[in-house]
Design a protein around this ligand. Structure first.
Ligand code: MG
Length: 161
């Protein structure tokens, strides 16, 4: 069994869509980024890559590379799943904490969780997801951005003889 950890933070900005876990939320601001800014998928991608000691998302998909401009972050996640598979592992569960002062995420947790389960290819019962605020403290508390901590558990692929 392998475990990996991932972290990411993105700025909130006007004129951007807010996408978390591949799910689009209605909000007056969205997450900045070279890609679609999906901070949750970025942290999950790094957790999966970390579990198999692969290079991280920034090394695999450099933000200077025009190929990744505006791309859906599910592309990064799928690549991480492929790399894990090539290494002989598949994801068995993920868990994440979204840290955001705004918008209120409680009513969005269920659809985000569904979207993550579908993208990772595991049951919803294997996707942990929580939303926290920082009680108004720091850059998140001032509504400047959103951060995510994520972990992934991977198990050895069954070998067919
Ligand atoms: Mg990122």
């Amino acid at each position: 069994m392998r475990m990996g950890i991932g972290f990411d933070a993105h700025r909130l900005a006007e004129g951007r869509d807010l996408i978390l876990g591949g799910h689009r939320l209605e909000h007056n601001r969205g997450l900045e980024g070279h890609s679609d800014g999906d901070v949750l998928l970025h942290a999950l991608t790094d957790a999966i890559l970390g579990a198999v000691a692969a290079p991280d998302i920034g090394a695999l998909f450099p933000s200077e590379d025009p190929r990744w401009r505006g791309v859906q972050s599910s592309v990064f996640l799928r690549r991480a799943l492929e790399i894990a598979k090539q290494t002989g592992y598949e994801v068995s569960s993920v868990d994440a904490v979204i840290i955001a002062q705004e918008p209120r995420l409680s009513e969005h947790i269920a659809p985000i969780r569904q979207a993550v389960a579908r993208l990772v290819g595991i049951p919803e019962s294997a996707v942990g997801l929580k939303a926290k605020t920082t009680d108004g403290m720091g850059f998140i508390g001032r509504g400047e951005g959103v951060a995510v901590h994520a972990v992934a558990t991977l198990v050895r692929l069954e070998r067919t003889v």
